[in-house]
Structures are given as C-alpha cells and as structure tokens.
Design a protein around this ligand. Structure first.
Ligand SMILES: [Fe+2]
Length: 405
C-alpha cells in the first residue's frame, strides 16, 4: 500500500487535471477531441452525426460504438466509423487558427437503442458518452426546445446546467431542438467555440448527450461556419432545412427563416407535409416568429402558415423574440381551438429577455406570455402533447396540453 498510494494519487491528479482541462473556458489547445456533439436530421432511429473539434492536425479520426459501456471499454462487439469530413473551421480567430471540425455520419442504428461511443483523433480518445436513438413506435418520449443563447454567457451556462438537470431527471427526453441565434456573430469562430464548450454542460454526469436538431438563426449569418459546426444539416450548404421523423406519429420539420422562404423551401415544406399527411403530430421549428410576442411577423408567414393550416401542423416552435410565449390555437388570423396551430417560443436560453406585448390577441388566455429565461419540454404521449416551460432555477413557468384530434 505504501508503494501504491503515491501512484494512486498521481493517477487521481492526472484524472482531475484532465477533467479540469475540459471545463468551458479552458485553453483551446488542450489535447484530444473536444466539443463532442451529436446531431439529428433525417431518420434519427437509424442515423446520427457525431461531430467534434481538435487542434491535432489532419487526422480525421473515428468513432467507436457499442451497445454498452463495458463492451466499449474492452473493445468487444464494437463498431468503428471513420470521420467522413474534416477541415479547418472557416471563421477567423487568432487563438483558434488550427481548430478543426470532424464529422462522422453513423447509419445502421436500431431505434430506441442506447449507443455508447467515444471519438478518437491522433490516438487520443474522448470520454465515453451515450445517446438514445429515436423510437420507431408510439412509446412516450420528449424533446427540449429553445433558442437564443447568444449574448449572456453566464446565463447561457446556467440554462445549460438546467438542461442537464432536466436530462438527468428525465430519461424520456431524447433530443434538444435549438431554434437558432446560438451566438452573436455566426462568422466568429471564437464565439462558436465558446458556445460549443458551454454546450458540454448539457451532457449528464454519466455521459448522456442530447442530440441537437439545429435551426439557423439570423445571427448565424450565411457563411459556412454554421454548416461546419452542424455537419451541413439538410445536405445543401446554407439551406439547412430538413424533416426529422422523431417517432411513428411525430414529424418535426426544421425550416430556415434566414433565406428565401418561398421557392424551393416552400416546395419542400409542402411536399413533406403532403407525404406525411397521415402522421398525427406534425411540428415545425424555425427562427423568426410568425406570431411574435414582441416583434412583427417574419416574412415566412405568407409562405408557410397557409401550409401549416392546410396540413394540420399542431405546434410551431419559434425563437428570436426573447420572450416566453404560448399562443392560442390559430388558423388563419383567428383563434380556432379545433384546427389551430399553437405557436410556442420564443428564445430564452441566454439572452436578455424583453417584455412581451401581452395585449396581442393570440397571447390572451388560454395563451400566455411573460419575460423569463426558459426552455420548453415537449412530451409526446397517448393523451397528446404536453408542453412545459422551465425557468433557469427549475421553476415551472407554464404548462399546457395539446389534445389529439
Ligand atoms: Fe434572432
């Protein structure tokens, strides 16, 4: 024991130092893969992108997967997927000039299955993490929804800790739909790096990661950096719209309010809603609100809202306004409890909150509005969709239920 104790202490110190180097705000040149995130776009039952960052040269690296942690540790029954994309991030930042992105698209997964994984670049492995694939059946599950995490870093970190607490308490929460405006200047690599570091706070103590379903906001700009962070969601550079079949009965369509909202994008929305006409729970997310709590409606209103109404969208997840709001069910420009769409939002993950214009007709009871940082829990079950707004201290700010039709 007298010999082993110093070795044990040295090993413990090494572990502590290694963990400390991964805290947000640590130097960007710490060795090893960093800022590991999982991204869902199409087919989250079978497919996910694992993305990470390094400063270790042009080794693209790889992901190792297993169905349990011991298998991953022992190297038995593991699968290796090489990163398909790797390059230097486009943004300029003196201290991060060699920071690289790595993207590994993983296919062939099974639904409702917990995937244990780690990433390796330059012979250095990340910590072991895990996430659960989306269900293919009608079992209950939930997602988090929120946006606008750009300006107040301390509040962003506090909200991320709240997201972590929710993920820890709620294993049914599978993913995190971010509504855009991650940072102030989407062309600034330093700001993205800080956001990605802060995003690690959402990961639970036992390594559970919430896959991100990303939305482009106006502060992301049109440059390539967004697509390098999120692995070009939707496939085409700077388009970033796609459909995510979250479960047998749930479709989430992510739209991009920061580019042309008619033309190809409107056609995509119409075709996707048509193709999924029989899916009972159709949701959309996009950045600029169509029924805002404080601003004027986004230009997408005339192009998208008629399709939401025509095809029975039930819930629209909006951001950008920096208020908490839930509208009455809306069809056209009137309340319609039977056929209306509820618009939830709108951006409270780390930006100063505004005072909503609470007298607007669509914010009247049973709708609501207030000024509060928040994240929405959107839970799907046999009784419909239960939505719940949670504040930074865990307080319940609002709750409502959207019944089946
Ligand atoms: Fe915005």
């Amino acid at each position: 024991m007298t010999i082993r104790t110093p070795l044990f202490l040295a090993a413990l110190l090494a572990v502590v130092l290694s963990l400390a180097s991964r805290e947000p705000g640590a130097a960007a040149d710490a060795t090893g893969p960093r800022e590991v995130r999982v991204i869902w776009t199409e087919s989250p039952q079978t497919t996910a992108v694992v993305a990470w960052s390094t400063t270790m040269g042009d080794d693209a690296g790889f992901v190792e997967l297993a169905l349990d942690a011991p298998s991953l540790a022992s190297g038995t029954d593991t699968r290796r997927v090489d990163a398909q994309a790797c390059g230097v991030y486009s943004g300029e930042h003196d201290d991060l000039s060699d920071l690289r992105y790595h993207h590994a698209r993983i296919t062939g997964l099974e639904p409702s299955t917990t995937i244990w994984f780690r990433v390796t670049t330059g012979g250095v492995a990340s910590r072991v993490l895990h996430f659960t694939t989306a269900p293919a059946d009608d079992r209950p599950f939930a997602i988090l929804s929120g946006g606008d995490s750009r300006s107040d870093r301390a509040m962003r970190q506090a909200m991320n800790r709240r997201l972590q607490a929710i993920a820890t308490a709620r294993p049914d929460v599978l993913a995190f739909a971010h509504g855009g405006d991650y940072i102030r200047n989407g062309l600034d690599l330093g700001q993205w790096w800080a956001w990605l570091e802060d995003h690690q706070l959402v990961t639970t103590a036992d390594g559970r990661v919430l896959p991100v379903v990303p939305t482009r906001g106006n502060h992301e700009g049109t440059g390539p950096l967004y697509d390098e962070v999120w692995a070009r969601p939707g496939g085409a550079q700077a388009e970033d719209w796609f459909a995510t079949k979250l479960a047998r009965d749930v479709l989430l369509i992510t739209l991009n309010s920061e580019t042309a909202t008619d033309g190809d994008q409107r056609d995509f929305l119409a075709a996707t809603l048509q193709a999924h006409a029989g899916v009972p729970w159709k949701l959309v997310q996009y950045h600029r609100p169509i029924f805002p709590g404080v601003k004027t409606p986004g230009r997408a209103k005339s192009h998208w809202q008629p399709l939401f109404d025509e095809f029975g969208v039930r819930l629209a997840l909006e951001s950008d306004g920096h208020v908490l709001k839930r509208t009455v069910p809306i069809r056209g420009d009137a309340r319609d409890d039977e056929h209306g769409v509820v618009y939830l939002g709108e951006g409270g993950l780390g930006v100063a909150q505004r005072t909503p214009e609470a007298e607007r007709w669509y914010l009247q009871p049973p709708g609501m509005s207030r000024s509060a940082h928040h994240v929405w829990i959107v839970a799907f079950g046999p009784d419909g969709i239960a939505v719940e707004a949670i504040g930074v201290d865990g307080e319940r700010l609002d709750t409502a239920r959207i019944p089946p039709r």
